[in-house]
Design a protein around this ligand. Structure first.
Ligand code: SF4
Ligand code: SF4
Length: 396
């Protein structure tokens, strides 16, 4: 960074006990002038109260339509190293497991071709490599490709599928999120690399309803682990929790959203009304040694989660309450292909799947992709169902 460049507002962000991205950018600026210019541009944005990036120009690598996002500053004279400052996405491994050697390799290649600045990870889940020139894109990709890495999705394609850490470290996982993520990433390579749809499509997998990848709020398709039978309660462990001072009635039973639990304070026994349990995970989170998920495991499929674009932010809807989730995931793949065909035919430009369903109605969507209506799809219990009977169905 030039000696005379002052960044008082950024310097302020280095104060306090936490690590600061400004400190890391200053370290990168010692090796790379683009990182120094980026500090200057950010300070300027804070002063002007506006961003100084512009859209324009399609950039990419051979054979791929996605994976690179063109970035240019609108102040190239003042910040010449940001004249081209493109972002590359690398597809992350399932559950974000790396060896230190692979992290060093990723960073070494990036320091050679780009700014050295990274973002682990972007909200799609990919490794984000921030800032390189157009001429460096192909050599960067070639080197990563030779080392065994691939680009992630960007634009109107399938974004890199992502999953929670699942069975690798978590006893709550109701299916192998890591395996499924890896499997569908390989299955849908065309959809990932060649933008062909009205807009982006995200698939995220969580092993249980704790939803550690926030799929329900962010993914067009969420695969959330669940079970079909009943939670398993170990009464000895329930007693141990009670004796350790946990107020089971107040902290567990009263907070069960469907009031499906009953606790006998005298015998210190906990029972569940199976048909009332909505499998929310609350009691299991509170008493993991005493309560476990059921034995018949699989996943619930939900659609339509997204942030604000055409319509406001949506949480997703349940469309399949329970599906077995085992390799080779044929039932899931068949369903997602039918959904994509319908969305591709009917969606307007930049209309996410949830917005299309909202526009044409859940009933139409279900009929066209061949899914049966189920009670979980009602908008609000006992009111305003999405699904209306057709005349021919009433007269049967
Ligand atoms: Fe564990 Fe569930 Fe979180 Fe996945 S979503 S890491 S299975 S708690
Ligand atoms: Fe209640 Fe949730 Fe426990 Fe089911 S999983 S019994 S809904 S707290």
């Amino acid at each position: 960074m030039p000696e005379d460049r002052k960044t008082p507002q950024l310097d302020d962000l280095e104060k306090g006990p936490w690590p600061s991205f400004v400190t890391e950018m200053k370290r990168a600026a010692e090796k790379n002038p683009a990182a120094g210019d980026l500090l200057g541009l950010l300070e300027k944005s804070y002063e002007d109260n506006t961003g100084h990036w512009k859209h324009g120009g399609i950039v990419g690598v051979r054979g791929y339509g996605g994976g690179v996002i063109g970035r240019y500053t609108d102040m190239p004279e003042e910040f010449p190293h940001l004249k081209e400052f493109h972002t590359m996405r690398l597809n992350q491994p399932s559950g974000w497991f790396y060896t230190t050697d692979s992290l060093r390799e990723i960073c070494d290649i990036w320091e050679k071709h780009g700014s050295g600045l990274t973002n682990f990870h972007g909200s799609t889940g990919d490794i984000i490599l921030l800032g390189t020139k157009t001429a460096e894109l192909q050599p960067t990709f070639d080197e990563y490709s030779d080392a065994g890495y691939d680009l992630g999705g960007s634009g109107s394609d399938l974004r890199s599928p992502s999953c929670c850490v699942g069975p690798a470290r978590c006893e709550h996982a109701c299916y192998d999120t890591l395996d499924m993520c890896y499997d569908i990433t390989n299955e849908f390579q065309d959809e990932l690399h060649r933008p062909m749809w009205p807009y982006k499509f995200k698939i995220k997998m969580s092993g249980c309803a704790n939803d550690c990848v926030s799929a329900v709020a962010r993914a067009d398709c969420s695969v959330i682990g669940t079970w079909r039978d009943t939670i398993i309660i170990d009464q000895e462990q329930v007693k141990a929790y009670a004796e350790s001072g946990l107020d089971i009635q107040r902290e567990v039973c009263f907070k069960c959203p469907t009031q499906a639990l009953e606790y006998n304070a005298e015998t210190k026994e906990l029972t569940v009304i199976p048909e009332d349990c909505s499998r929310c995970m609350h009691c299991i989170n509170m008493m993991p040694k005493a309560i476990q998920t059921g034995k018949e495991k699989g996943a619930t499929i939900l659609l339509g989660g997204k942030s604000t674009i055409v319509k406001s932010a949506f949480l997703s809807w349940v469309i399949v309450p329970f599906m077995k989730m085992e390799p080779p995931y044929t039932e899931f793949k068949d369903l997602i292909n039918r959904i994509w065909d319908w969305w591709d035919e009917n969606g307007k430009t930049r209309e996410r799947l949830g917005e299309l369903i909202y526009r044409v109605g859940m009933g139409t969507f279900l009929r066209e992709v061949g899914l049966p209506p189920v009670p979980q799809m009602v908008f609000r219990p006992r009111a305003n169902p999405y699904v209306f009977w057709q005349e021919e169905e009433i007269n049967k």
